[in-house]
Design a protein around this ligand. Structure first.
Ligand code: DGJ
Length: 470
């Protein structure tokens, strides 16, 4: 029988320096492991560039088709009209870019960016195989046959009525400039609300928060600005709470406004405006987390950074807590979402109504630190990707029946006629390694890539039912 020797030495690498040596062995093995992991992450990132599709793929087979890269080949038309040799000498011809064409309302490409009413998506027509298809950039009609007016909007899923509500800027008025150098604008009409069971066919529920016609000192006087309204439901108070960007025509007031209603379809009572935490607030959004806590995110300090902070329990105010995020990055149009305990955000650059490059960001804690992961756009062509498909982020809709899959909602602004701005809705999928190394992770892939796939037409996969939201 073997006896246990209680005096036996614990197993250890034989080494003169005793315990110091075992510590260094552990440290070296750790370093080895880290190096192997680092190599692994580098290899994966490299692979991600070479065999992009394969490594971006999500685990949702229903979304495979939507992850295929769809190219666009749009040629810039030759310049119109002849220039005299003298004029050409005086002012050498500027090469036009696709963005110039986009912003030129007389461009021959106008119909590419803003297809006319003949191609409008009308869910009340018998569309046969085209039913449920999204056509980014086309006019989108409501169930009454009118173009949907819900710009800079966001979506609320109301569990009580098992209905989606889309709130946005109702901009069905003339576009003008308040003064020579002022941005193109439409007087405030209010916040439009549309309801849907399937996220495709939308019924107009009316203007649920109205502009003030007479009182010039009111925040919502029609001469002011009301942008990016978002609504969340407060379980504790039973109220629907709307937050929005309120401003004067010159964007110097830089504040948030809050309104409240007993019903998702309003009417909403306007409560007040303020500069949250005492800071300027322009483009903004609100986000309700799984634990019922809600947060305000806003562009501040001359749009050079974003601020984030929790709302009070009733969602009617901010608390004292605030963190500065993406400092010095000059981002706006934030759209926040969550997957697998990680927070993600899409933002745009700051170029007025002109489109620019989107960036995806991620964070383990909603209060930060937030890291920038790069441009999420895939497909189209380079210009499409550098302009967020000629649109600007506004909201990301979760599809709970497909975890990791979302709808990216963006606005294709038409500064010549803002009421005719279009909606660009595209599939957004989380999966695969990010393209660029992150600041805080020493090259280890902490988070997955956020990918927004361009499609001329697309629909949610088979098996999607708007009613399966849990
Ligand atoms: C960009 C913002 O994202 C829009 O909401 C709007 O404020 C325009 N600027 C105005 O130029």
């Amino acid at each position: 029988m073997r006896m246990r020797n209680k005096y036996r030495k614990p197993t250890r690498l034989s080494c003169n320096a005793g315990s110091r040596c075992s510590i260094s062995a552990v440290v070296w093995s750790l370093i080895g492991c880290l190096l192997i992991l680092h190599l692994y992450s580098l290899v994966h990132q490299k692979d991600g560039m070479g065999g992009e599709i394969q490594f971006r793929m999500t685990h949702q087979p229903q979304f495979r088709e939507l992850e295929e890269v769809e190219e666009e080949n749009i040629q810039i038309p030759p310049p119109r009209g002849k220039r005299s040799p003298r004029a050409a000498k005086r002012r050498p011809k500027r090469t036009t870019t696709l963005v110039d064409e986009f912003l030129d309302e007389n461009s021959q490409l106008r119909g590419v960016f803003f297809p006319d009413e003949r191609t409008a998506v009308d869910p009340m027509k018998d569309l046969g195989n085209d039913t449920f298809y999204y056509y980014p950039g086309r006019i989108w009609l409501d169930t009454d046959g009118n173009p949907i007016q819900a710009h800079g909007g966001g979506i609320l899923y109301d569990e009580k009525t098992r209905t989606y509500y889309w709130y946005g800027e109702y901009k069905d008025g003339p576009t003008y400039h308040a003064h020579k150098k002022g941005a193109a604008r439409v007087d405030i009409i209010g916040v439009g609300c549309y309801s849907s069971k399937d996220l495709w066919k939308w019924k107009n529920e009316g203007v649920v928060l109205l502009a003030e016609e007479k009182n010039e000192t009111h925040d919502l006087h029609k001469s002011n600005v009301l942008e990016r309204p978002k609504v969340i439901y407060n379980q504790k108070t039973g109220k629907y709470v709307m937050w929005m960007h309120v401003d004067d025509a010159n964007y110097t007031k830089a504040a948030v406004g809050v309104a409240i209603s007993d019903y998702p379809t309003g009417p909403f009572d306007y409560l007040y405006s303020k500069r949250p935490h005492g800071f300027e607030s322009r483009d903004m959004t609100i986000f309700k987390d799984d634990d019922g806590m809600a947060y305000l995110v806003y562009s501040s300090e001359d749009n050079s950074e974003l601020h984030i902070g929790p709302l009070t329990e009733d969602y009617l105010d901010v608390t004292e807590t605030m963190r500065r995020i993406l400092v010095g990055q000059h981002r706006e149009a934030p759209a926040l979402f969550k997957h697998d305990e990680t927070y993600y955000m899409i933002t745009s650059g700051c170029t007025g109504w002109a489109p620019n490059e989107a960036l995806a960001h991620a964070a383990e804690s909603i209060m930060g630190p937030w890291e920038t992961m790069g441009n999420p756009c895939i497909g189209g062509n380079k210009m499409f990707r550098l302009t967020t498909f000629f649109a600007q982020s506004t909201y990301v809709v979760p599809l709970p029946s497909f975890p990791g899959s979302f709808i990216f909602m963006a606005d294709r602004w038409n500064p010549a006629d803002l009421r005719d701005s279009r909606y660009v809705w595209l599939p957004l999928i989380i999966g695969g390694p990010v393209d660029q190394p992150l600041d805080y992770n020493f090259g280890f892939p902490l988070w997955s890539r956020v990918s927004i796939y361009w499609h001329r037409k697309w629909k949610l996969p088979q098996g999607w039912s708007g009613l399966t939201w849990m």
